[in-house]
Design a protein around this ligand. Structure first.
Ligand code: GRF
Length: 193
């Protein structure tokens, strides 16, 4: 059984979708949700799912040690970032080598990096005149959105699409692919080496 922690800063719909997927897919279990926002909706979702959740400050995430201790307490094997906005500090990376994955709501290496989150990403895609966008699932390293890419899927961007339209299509791709890709990574032991 692989025990995963899901980090999210806001709404947490991916965290919930992943958790529901693994209710019927043994071999993997979300054991804790971790956030940097006490008031984020992810905590409400955690309560409804019966999964513990906790929150740490930015300073604690930067220091890393309190987060590593919490993850050890819950015997976490792997970490999934699903809409988590802070950089992952070195002590956390060192504690989980090759065992942290992120989803980015665009086709990296374009439209990534600091400040590229939420509708800012979709707006940048539209302003660049892109005809497609999508999702990128990748390992996490010390730079925002630069770890090795594991999986990408794309969707069309139409001439009149707003950032919300693109966000909707991207979320659909996330819901469809993210849990399955996480399962494949773990079953091929790409994370747990
Ligand atoms: C997703 O689009 C994810 O790719 C991005 O932030 C969004 C989070 O959405 N990093 P939610 O909180 O899972 O609804």
């Amino acid at each position: 059984m692989t025990r995963i922690a899901i980090f999210a800063s806001g709404n947490g719909s991916n965290a919930e979708n992943i958790s529901r997927y693994f209710i019927d897919n043994n071999g993997m279990k979300p054991v804790i949700f971790v956030s940097n926002k006490k008031e984020a909706y992810i905590h409400e979702r955690a309560k409804n799912l019966g999964i513990p959740s906790c929150s740490f400050t930015k300073d604690e995430f930067d220091a890393g040690v309190p987060i590593v201790e919490k993850l050890r307490e819950y015997e976490v094997d792997s970490v999934v970032l699903a809409g988590f906005l802070l950089k992952i500090s070195q002590p956390i990376l060192d504690a989980f080598p090759n065992r942290i994955v992120n989803i980015h709501p665009a086709l990296l290496p374009k439209f990534g990096g600091k400040g590229m989150y939420g509708n800012r990403v979709h707006q940048a895609v539209i302003e660049a005149g892109e005809r497609e966008s999508g999702i990128t699932i990748h390992y996490v390293n010390e730079n925002y959105d630069e770890g090795n890419i594991i999986f990408q899927a794309s969707c069309p961007v139409l001439p009149n699409d707003t950032a919300d339209d693109v966000a909707r299509k991207v979320h659909e791709l996330e819901y469809e692919h993210f849990p399955r890709v996480i399962k494949e990574i773990v079953s091929h032991k790409k994370i747990l080496q």
